[in-house]
Design a protein around this ligand. Structure first.
Ligand code: UDP
Length: 458
């Protein structure tokens, strides 16, 4: 008889990685499988397991605390904005060994933490699988790194030999420009070290992909058919989405920040399809000049807006607003530090999402049929914006002016353009339908998920 399945899940300690893996944990647990989830915490000192009482109420998901570090090629553990210094795989292996009732049968780790899976597979009689929170297209690019180096397209540091060329994996996947590779980071003092670490993570993902049986992805065959066909072993089971029917106070599963749910009542007071939702995920930063232009652009649009401004949104100092802005927009806008994003996107008052185009935000907005105004700034965000604007045609890019700034006029103009464009709204509704069908019985993600459950049980 097969052993009772007990899965050990290890996220990368970053918001955009931990949250979708936790959603996967709940989905697995709903099939009666026990999951032990490593709560890696965050630099915000709010481990998400304690962020909501509801998180702990689920019988089949339990949390264990461990801090997991990221090891670069230099052998040092890097401390990153959202990544903590910590222990290495050994501690996790001890944790796994000591788990009983029932004992661990499979370890699922973030694809960028493959070194954990490699050590686990070597030392313990358990199966392993990886989880990819990014697009299958981005993962496919990582998987091509050795070939790209061999062909001289990029050097061993990930720099493209010719800055005027693009990397194309297939006619149906957006190509990558030299400045828009997933390991690219905005220019500042930390750039070189960060790009090195990001390139290491992509190389780790490539090695992991070669060694595991399955890489479970938060995407869908319907969204990325060309990318899904590129490499065997991809198992798109997404989009992974919180239930839209959940009670308003019961969210926050996987959030590193406390959600300000007052914005849901505020949204209730606005007309259907009127609000611009503005959020840049957990790690993107604007400078004060960009914040000022964004503030003016939103105000000038005349539309209601809900704007997420994290306390660390500007690097230099806490963000501030143009003089008199907060008073002038008191009736037009609402600003929160962290929103219950999926509930916001599912709200009937939201018209469009001004977004940094992180992959989770992209999946969440697509699932709700909400169109995008794209403001990508690093890693895979440019490529996600290309999917949004060029392949799915559900969004518009916000373009920089000659001085490198996205101006208030650009923001106001694109909001107007977007809100008057019925074809993009129709495309977004169509993709919402495809997303829903994909995860329902008979859909491609549903079938892939059953395949994964089958793998976990045997
Ligand atoms: N998010 C949220 N509230 C906010 C902003 C973001 O809950 O106010 C969530 C969002 O729903 C998504 C995650 O944070 O699941 C951000 O992930 P994404 O991949 O979009 O961006 P990242 O933070 O990794 O850059």
């Amino acid at each position: 008889m097969a052993k009772q399945a007990h899965i050990f899940m290890v996220p990368l300690p970053a918001q955009g990685h931990a949250k979708p893996l936790l959603k996967l944990a709940y989905k697995v647990a709903s099939y009666g499988i026990k999951v032990t989830f490593v709560d890696t915490g965050s630099v915000h000192s709010k481990p998400f397991a304690t962020n909501s009482d509801k998180v702990q109420e689920h019988n089949n998901v339990v949390f264990v605390s461990a801090v997991v570090g990221l090891q670069g090629s230099d052998g040092h553990t890097h401390e990153e904005t959202t990544m903590e210094r910590g222990t290495q795989a050994g501690n996790l292996i001890d944790l796994i060994r000591n788990m009983e009732d029932p004992e661990i049968t499979c370890v699922v780790a973030d694809v960028t933490m493959g070194w954990i899976l490699a050590e686990v597979a070597e030392k313990l009689p358990v199966r392993t699988a990886a989880f990819c929170p990014a697009s299958v297209g981005s993962l496919a690019l990582s998987c091509h790194i050795p070939k790209l180096i061999e062909a001289g397209t990029i050097d061993s540091n990930g720099k493209m030999a010719r800055s005027d060329e693009v990397i194309s994996l297939s006619a149906d996947i957006p190509p990558w420009k030299a400045t828009e590779l997933p390991w690219k980071y905005p220019r500042n003092d930390e750039t070189r070290d960060t790009e090195k670490l990001l390139f290491e993570l992509c190389k780790t993902a490539q090695k992991t992909a070669e060694s595991v049986e399955w890489i479970v992805c938060n995407s869908s065959q319907e969204f990325e058919p060309a990318a899904c066909d590129l490499i065997p072993g991809y198992l798109p089971v997404g989009p992974l989405i919180e239930s839209h029917n959940a009670e308003r106070t019961s969210g926050a599963a996987g959030s590193f920040w406390l959600e300000d749910t007052s914005c849901l009542d505020w949204l209730d007071s606005k007309p259907p399809g009127s609000v611009i939702y503005v959020a840049f995920g957990s790690a993107a930063h604007l400078n004060q000049h960009e914040v000022d232009e964004l503030a003016f652009g939103l105000e000038m649009s005349g539309h209601p807006f809900l704007w997420v401004v994290r306390s660390d949104f500007t690097r230099e100092a806490p963000p501030s607003y143009p003089i008199g802005f907060l008073e002038r927009v008191a009736d037009q806008g609402k600003i929160v530090e962290w929103a219950p994003q999926e509930k916001v996107l599912a709200h009937r008052s939201v018209a469009c999402f001004l977004s940094h185009c992180g992959w989770n935000s992209t999946m969440e907005s697509l699932s709700c049929g909400v169109t995008f105004l794209c403001w990508p700034s690093f890693t895979d965000q440019f490529h996600n914006a290309s999917y949004i604007c060029d392949i799915w045609k559900v969004g518009l890019r916000l373009n920089q002016d000659k001085s490198g700034i996205i101006s208030r006029h650009e923001i106001k103009t694109k909001i107007e353009l977007m809100l008057s464009d019925d074809s993009m709204k129709a495309n977004a509704s169509n993709l919402k339908k495809k997303a829903q069908e994909s995860v329902l019985p008979g859909g491609s993600s549903f079938k892939n998920f059953e395949k994964f459950i089958n793998f976990l049980r045997h």
